[in-house]
Design a protein. Structure first.
Length: 198
């Protein structure tokens, strides 16, 4: 009986130690860090975490909205911000993916290809090199591309020239790095060529 009671107390103590971090509350950590930061760099604000830049998302509506809200950004610019559209077609790594209002939450990697934004009879097409698309349950689509350009602003002769150059580099590459860089160039230029001719 004594052994069983001792074992139970020991197990509860071990569990309590395993699941308690012993760390101070987050507010204490933040204020302590801010004070230490001011001593080291008194003229600079403490660095912000990505969470401080995130805007809260509206709750998921009870009914499916009639429009999809799209945000399309590049590292250096915002192409589309909060625009309500009928549909977007994304060049996902698994294939073309149509996104309508009420789409299930999804995160997908983008492959080189055409992103098309449909609003009524108007369709705006962009070529994207890579990136990610975040589809939220509240009918918001955040598309983040590494590089993108409107399809009508791409010169097909330069695409042909680039494809020939990267194909040549791929055939003459001697190191794994050279082969990888050349293969990326061939993939992107092949996708560009297909987008312009298709």
């Amino acid at each position: 009986m004594f052994r069983r009671a001792t074992t139970g107390i020991l197990a509860r103590t071990i569990r309590a130690r395993l699941f308690s971090t012993g760390l101070p509350a987050a507010q204490t950590i933040d204020s302590t860090f801010a004070e230490a930061w001011k001593k080291v760099a008194p003229n600079l604000d403490p660095p912000k975490t990505p969470l401080s830049f995130m805007q809260p998302r509206p709750p998921t509506p009870s009914a499916i909205p009639s429009k999809l809200t799209v945000n399309f950004v590049l590292p250096y610019a915002s192409e589309i911000s909060g625009k309500e559209v009928d549909m977007v077609i994304i060049p996902a790594s698994t294939g073309q993916m149509g996104v309508l209002p009420g789409h299930v939450s999804t995160i997908t990697e983008l492959k080189p290809g055409v992103l098309s934004v449909h609003e009524g009879n108007e369709v705006k097409k962009y070529f994207v090199s890579s990136g990610f698309a975040f589809i939220h349950a509240n009918s918001i689509a955040d598309i983040v591309a590494v590089e993108a350009a409107p399809l009508d602003q791409i010169d097909s002769s330069l695409v042909q020239k680039g494809l020939a150059e990267f194909t040549q580099k791929l055939s003459s590459a001697s190191t794994d790095l050279e082969k990888a860089e050349a293969q990326i160039g061939v993939d992107v230029h092949s996708a560009l060529n297909a987008a312009l001719t298709g």
